[in-house]
Design a protein around this ligand. Structure first.
Ligand code: AMP
Ligand code: MG
Length: 331
């Protein structure tokens, strides 16, 4: 049979296209979002098989939803609500014990700046609700009585409340833990490149095809402004900011991160970003440093060699931990 030149050229082109396609390590890219823990959670995953990615991302979302059922203050049947209602505490699931163990450690190391016993204070301010307002000093004093890290004792999976009225709030750490679990599920399902973002609690798994992940750090006072960019791989990047949830009254901003000593929104920072190896740790550290402020915050971070931080202080000055520069992309 005589060789048909256009046919040969056509076949060669097809073969070339196929080999190019096979050489692309991350042929498919999938983006999905779901409302979990009062936040839009976004997962982006890359790989070769779209169906496998769909299955993995779905499983990761389902795991986060399962955890929300344990940790939510808004669901009266959650484990956290049950503990808040009980007089003395009780047995908790391994997941709740893990979150509480880390939270108690950060509470202790931060001298109580991080505090999972602020449930009553959170309800009083009602910042997440329709009509928040500044509470009276007397109500704040009542909400703070009997709370603090010393009011919780955890032995294995047994939690003891030292004050019967104490209400738990895991809002400063639970989202981070849930992102860690979602990433674990993605990895179990064979995903090697992904980004999970739950409202500023992020994990960046693996790399993008061309390089590591690049994350812009938001200017706390400019919605579309980026202050700095970090480049990371297999790291958590977590931000706590006073611009996330707040209301204004008589020109004063009242936001959702409280100083447990005063019961008022913490005043020393606009935002804190932590880069570290787990999102749960980054979440707790970002909240703690936000309350401590730049000087005490950087001191506190020295206890965590695996964590680096960037603090935007109340006067908009920037303060970074010594190792921060290793992540920063120099423009
Ligand atoms: P984040 O955005 O991680 O800084 O967490 C803020 C959330 O943590 C708030 O909405 C509260 O539920 C809770 N929270 C507020 N103040 C504190 C604090 N000092 N320590 C721990 N959790 C806090
Ligand atoms: Mg936090």
């Amino acid at each position: 049979m005589p060789w048909n030149r256009p046919l040969i050229i056509g076949l060669l082109l097809v073969m070339l296209a196929l080999s190019w396609w096979r050489l692309q390590p991350d042929g498919e890219e999938l983006r999905r979002s779901r409302l979990i823990m009062g936040t839009v959670v976004e997962i982006m995953a890359a790989g070769e098989d779209n169906r496998a990615l769909e299955t993995a991302v779905e499983a990761a979302f389902n795991e986060m939803q399962r955890l929300d059922k344990l940790f939510s203050r808004y669901n009266p049947d959650s484990e956290v609500s049950r503990l808040s209602q009980s007089q003395t505490g009780g047995e908790v699931s391994p997941e709740t014990a893990e979150v509480l163990t880390l939270g108690v450690e950060i509470a202790r190391k931060s001298g109580g700046a991080f505090d999972m016993t602020l449930g009553k204070l959170k309800s009083l301010w009602a910042i997440d609700e329709e009509t928040p307002s500044v509470p009276s000093p007397a109500d704040i004093t009542t909400a703070l009585s009997g709370i603090g890290p010393q009011a919780l004792a955890l032995k294995g999976q047994q939690l003891r409340k030292r004050s019967p009225q104490l209400q738990l709030d895991l809002g400063g750490i639970a989202k981070g833990y849930a992102v860690d679990r979602a990433v674990a599920i993605l990895k179990q399902q064979g995903v090697t490149s992904a980004a999970v973002n739950a409202g500023g609690d992020m994990y960046l798994l693996g790399r993008r095809p061309e390089r590591a992940w690049r994350i812009g750090i938001q200017d706390p006072r400019k919605e579309q402004g980026v202050l700095e960019t970090v480049q990371v791989s297999n790291r958590a990047v977590v931000t706590s900011g006073d611009y996330e949830r707040f209301f204004e009254q008589e020109g004063v901003r009242y936001h959702h991160i409280f100083d447990p000593q005063t019961g008022m929104p913490a005043r020393k920072c606009q935002s804190v970003t932590i880069v570290t190896d787990s999102v749960a740790l980054g979440d707790a550290l970002a909240t703690a440093v936000f309350v401590l402020g730049p000087a005490a915050g950087l001191n506190f971070l020295e206890q965590f060699p695996q964590a680096e931080g960037l603090i935007i202080a109340a006067d908009s000055s920037r303060h970074a931990s010594p190792g921060w520069a290793s992540y920063k992309v120099v423009p």
